[in-house]
Design a protein around this ligand. Sequence first.
Ligand SMILES: [Fe+2]
Length: 212
Amino acid sequence: MEVDGGAIDAVLSALPEADEIQDPELRRRVGSAFVLGLRESSFSSIHDVPGEYDLDPSVNLVAHTRVVTAMATAAADAMQARFPDVKVDRDTLIAGSLLHDVGKIYEYDRLRAATWRDGRARTGYPPIRHPIYGAHLAMAAGLPEAVVHIVASHAAEGTRVRRSLEATLVATLDHISWELLLTARRGLTIDDVRSGTPRIRSLPPRKSGGSA
Ligand SMILES: [Fe+2]
């Protein structure tokens, strides 16, 4: 599928970690998957896509994607320096990290979501989630199977497959990145937010007066 080179450059400039991908064709295809997603959505810029509505709407897709990519590559480097038999393919890891949430361009598209809201019994809600739509975009952009696998398996959808080394890194660091932000900013875990019942132990009542 033909994708405008200028549009690819605009996406890649927002994701400078892509410069670390050694294979220029792989780098171009990463940008291409984002451009295809934007083209099929009502978003005009990658900067407008949220990272995760439920957990912290102030973090956009670019900020989230960049930190997960940085964390995944740092973890791979630390592991390989001490355990050389853990051989991680760095190009695959970076490409998969950058693309793991590309499908949120679909899942978080307000215009598209509006068409699902009234007919959930017919459409499902959402009809498909971002890992599946992201895999569609990655395949349409001609990315290798190992990268598509990372995108498709990084969330709950991945519990039905055995994840590769690179997919394990992305799925784990994706989770940790949100857990750290929630803990730091709200003192909550992902489970707290998803269940809607923060499991925070009440502090004992403050004693008045000076007596113990
Ligand atoms: Fe993510």
